[in-house]
Design a protein around this ligand. Structure first.
Ligand SMILES: Nc1ncnc2c1ncn2[C@@H]1O[C@H](COP(=O)(O)OP(=O)(O)OP(=O)(O)O)[C@@H](O)[C@H]1O
Ligand SMILES: [Mg+2]
Length: 307
């Protein structure tokens, strides 16, 4: 029986060096049962290196990573019986058919071709009779996804799994991940498709230069940022531009205002606007994309990791 309070995956100050280059400087996060954890960050930030370390493919240079309470490197064989993994660039045996490879992958993870496998093949509309060397990128991806979704694991690790999938298949992927979540499984999803992460993930870890710069739910992260407000007031708002927490204010004829507001100053600013008699109001919380851009756009100098 899985204990919901105990993390399935526990990463504590993980470090990884390649010679002189330190790819992972400080990675810490946990994933609990029934949770989808989104792992996002720019190219070269260290997502795949983190994943390859927790899979026991790479040996950490410092810190600790455990799955089911066991060291990921020392107990890799045992741990692998209960994890499923899909990389972004799936390599398949070119002379085997998709169907043969699915069965082989299942066998390697001590699982069997089941009704679930059959349903997934149908859903993803994969022609399993073709040799893998004839498959497109998306089809190779499907082979690995079908094997992963039909294996009985407790932790599912996806490293940019939908990079080659069309929107229809991406939707099937998302549906299957939500089923895993409902079944109490833990999922680590590394992705550049922010709408996917936004839709599916309970918590998100943002990685940059080998360090986790932020972890939390999207709601928690939104507190760090600004909400876009479009508002019309009956009375003029001469003091608004001087209030703390107001940014990018534009005022058009008829008192149509556009501004972005720091979350912590929201109350003061709304109180001020109410006094000016609100005619209409529209508030848009920042999307994950806005957050991502704020963390990564080094040209605007915004940095949230205190550096
Ligand atoms: N085997 C290796 N030897 C040397 N350097 C490596 C090795 N593997 C990865 N790196 C370096 O470590 C850093 C992190 O790479 P990683 O593949 O983890 O990034 P990523 O976050 O997965 O990026 P992407 O979004 O492009 O997949 C990069 O600078 C990369 O060049
Ligand atoms: Mg990667």
């Amino acid at each position: 029986m899985i204990n919901e309070k105990v993390p399935i995956l526990h990463i504590d100050h993980l470090q990884k060096r390649f010679g002189k280059f330190q790819a992972l400087k400080n990675i810490s996060f946990d994933i609990y049962p029934g949770e989808v954890f989104g792992f996002i960050g720019p190219n070269g930030a260290g997502k795949s290196t983190t994943i390859r370390t927790i899979l026991g493919i790479l040996r950490a240079s410092g810190g600790q990573a455990t799955i089911f309470g066991k060291d990921v490197f020392k107990n890799a064989v045992e741990i692998h019986k209960k994890i499923a993994y899909v990389p972004g660039d799936v390599y398949l045996w070119p002379n085997l058919t998709g169907g043969e490879i699915i069965d082989l992958l299942l066998k390697l993870s001590h699982d069997q071709h089941s009704v679930k496998t059959y349903q997934l093949i149908k859903e993803f509309q994969l022609d399993t009779t073709k040799k893998a060397r004839t498959y497109s990128k998306g089809n190779r991806q499907k082979v690995a996804l079908i094997a992963a979704f039909s294996s009985d694991a407790d932790l599912y690790i996806f490293d940019e799994p939908t990079s080659g999938l069309d929107p229809l298949n991406e939707e099937i992927f998302q549906k299957e991940v939500l089923k895993l979540k409902a079944a109490g499984k833990a999922v680590l999803l590394s992705s550049h498709i922010l709408s996917e992460v936004e839709k599916m993930c309970d918590r998100i870890g943002i990685i940059r230069d080998g360090k986790i710069v932020e972890t939390g739910s999207l709601e928690q992260m939104r507190h760090l940022t600004r909400t876009l407000i479009k508002v019309q007031t009956r009375l003029p708002v001469p003091e608004l531009s001087t209030l703390p927490g107001v940014h990018n204010l534009t005022v058009e004829k008829g008192n149509f205002l556009n501004l972005s507001v720091d979350s912590e100053q929201m109350e003061t600013i709304m109180n001020y606007l109410v006094q000016k008699q609100i005619v209409s109001l529209q508030a848009t919380p920042p999307t994950l994309e806005d957050l991502f851009m704020r963390y990564y756009d080094s040209t605007n100098g915004v940095s949230h990791d205190g550096k």
